[in-house]
Design a protein around this ligand. Structure first.
Ligand SMILES: Nc1ncnc2c1ncn2[C@@H]1O[C@H](COP(=O)(O)OP(=O)(O)OP(=O)(O)O)[C@@H](O)[C@H]1O
Ligand SMILES: [Mg+2]
Length: 512
């Protein structure tokens, strides 16, 4: 009898029109470390949120220790002994370890007053029981990320969890901290705990887990004993069969370099290895240069550098022959460099402002007479864009009320109106439905045909292989592979580079 059994779990998100889990069966044995792997968007977090009561499934049943369980919220999960450490920490930095640990579950004197002594005592008790070496009175803000991770684990142990879910616990940790975490996890299973760990990193699966479940596009595609499967096979299971779609593209007419990075390195204080290391790339006119990689391997940093949001890098950035290194995003915008960001809600738009305001924010100066906005003209302009981009939604409502696909189209309309020679797309279809995604793809190919240089940063391998002329793969901040995107390039092969199983540049120089 499986300790945890999820049976036929189906979850649809109407907001994004995504079927995140499709009749998923998932089983975990008692006292094992079970790895749950899959590409970005495969549905891993969704499945675990359902187990932890943060999302309700549309269909399916959950059995814990052989009994059917109704898990409507995290409190239900807690009372069944299930705890979860989230992908992003949820600690309050100004609070101590004790305060964070007991938060929401504080011991009280006379039922009212926070009993600090008792809290500290029980937290100390938990830490001694499981061998954590931390000072409960210490503020979380003074801890390393590795220690914060441990506090998250202490927090669920304090609630007496014996089924621990960890969502990508190692993505922010250094090698050393990862070792320490894995030691802790092994010790916890020795003490009878059952652990589910979500990860992208295949080496970690091999190191720490006994069994592994692989998800792809909302479905479970394999369940294996970890000793029976090597990293290559795991990688293939994760990315799936070879390219299924490739857009018809005219041969590219790359003649001139529009954007170039030369030996760009981004370091972060306290990190052993740089976030980006010696990255060289060139985007030509009429070329889509795809930057592929699993999230957390430097894609975000490339986006930040080329859009001027990160200016503290070594190396150079050249736009149309001119050195534009370390210029701010404002200055890059002034040069007409366009940008469709991954974070379309915070970076791409101002949610409280209207659709119209969001559309003209980049070029509003062209609607000014003596400092006054020509309202009628802006309205006509925005109306024309909504028609051309088939955006449904009133121009006067806050953009935050539109669907994800429509928000993205507004941003796209605004950025393409800049008539730039170079445009950066980051995760352009993340969370969008098929129709909106195809619309975006058509636009990208359209501007490519018009001779614009496109830098396409994406963790979606299908998207990159469908659109890019040239492709580079980032792993741990370094370019590990660079290829023309032709028939010979298979998805399996690129997948192996993305997972860090292949590296063409481990010693030598990179050629841009
Ligand atoms: N709250 C939400 N609303 C709408 N769509 C969502 C929501 N959460 C997830 N999705 C969508 O469901 C799909 C699965 O997402 P999920 O977060 O479960 O993937 P994941 O495997 O954890 O990916 P990652 O490795 O990037 O964390 C994605 O397409 C995502 O866009
Ligand atoms: Mg996730």
């Amino acid at each position: 009898m499986a300790y945890v059994r999820m049976d036929g779990i189906t979850k649809f998100y109407p907001e994004s029109n995504v079927l995140a889990n499709k009749s998923v069966d998932f089983e975990v044995e008692q006292i094992e470390i079970h790895a749950l792997v899959g590409e970005n968007g495969a549905g891993k977090t969704t499945l675990m949120k359902i187990l932890y009561g943060l999302e309700l499934p549309d269909q399916g049943k959950i059995f814990i220790r052989g009994r059917e369980a109704e898990i409507r919220n995290p409190l239900d999960a807690n009372s069944l002994g299930i705890g979860m450490v989230h992908q992003h920490f949820r600690l309050i930095p100004q609070f101590t370890i004790t305060e964070n640990t007991v938060l929401g579950n504080e011991p009280r004197r006379k039922g009212i007053f926070f009993d600090r002594d008792k809290a500290e005592q029980s937290v100390r008790g938990v830490m001694e029981e499981y061998g954590f070496d931390l000072d409960p009175g210490q503020k979380v803000s003074s801890l390393t990320v590795g220690q914060m991770q441990l506090v998250e684990i202490i927090k669920i142990l304090y609630r007496r969890a014996d089924i621990l879910i960890l969502d990508e616990p190692t993505s922010v940790l250094t090698e050393q901290q990862i070792h320490k975490l894995f030691d802790t996890l092994e010790k916890l299973t020795d003490m009878g705990k059952t652990i589910i760990i979500i990860t992208h990193k295949l080496g970690e699966v091999k190191t720490v887990s006994q069994r592994v479940t692989v998800m792809r596009k909302g479905e479970v595609v394999a369940v294996r004993d970890t000793v029976d499967v090597d990293e290559k096979e795991l990688s293939r299971l994760m990315v799936g069969k070879s390219v299924i779609f490739q857009f018809k593209r005219e041969p590219m007419k790359a003649d001139k370099v529009v954007l170039e990075l030369q030996n760009v390195t981004v370091e972060e204080k306290g990190k052993e290895s740089p976030l980006l290391e010696n990255v060289n790339l060139k985007v030509h006119t009429g070329e889509v240069l795809g930057v592929a990689g699993v999230g957390g391997n430097g894609l975000q940093e490339i986006e930040d550098v080329v859009t001027g949001l990160c200016t503290t890098y070594e190396g150079r950035m050249i736009h149309l022959g001119e050195d534009i290194s370390h210029r701010s995003s404002m200055e890059l915008r002034k040069r007409g460099m366009a940008y469709v960001p991954a974070d379309r809600l915070c970076r791409g738009s101002c949610l409280e402002s209207s659709v119209l305001e969001n559309m003209i924010v980049a070029n509003h100066h062209s609607f000014l007479t003596g400092g006054v906005l020509r309202q009628g003209e802006t309205f006509e302009y925005a109306k024309e864009l909504t028609e051309r981009y088939s955006i449904s939604g009133d121009l006067r409502v806050p953009i935050g009320t539109l669907s994800g696909g429509n928000i993205q189209k507004v941003i796209l309309a605004r950025e393409l109106a800049l008539k730039s020679d170079c445009i950066v797309f980051s995760e352009p279809t993340w969370g969008l439905d098929v129709a909106s995604s195809e619309f975006i793809y058509e636009k990208i190919l359209e501007i490519r045909k018009a001779g614009v240089g496109v830098l396409l940063i994406s963790s979606n391998l299908d998207e990159i292989l469908g659109l890019a002329d040239t492709l580079i793969v980032l792993y741990r901040g370094r370019i590990v592979g660079q290829f023309p995107n032709n028939q010979d390039l298979s998805k399996e092969l690129v997948g192996e580079y993305m997972m860090g199983l292949r590296d063409d540049f481990s010693q030598g120089e990179q050629h841009a």
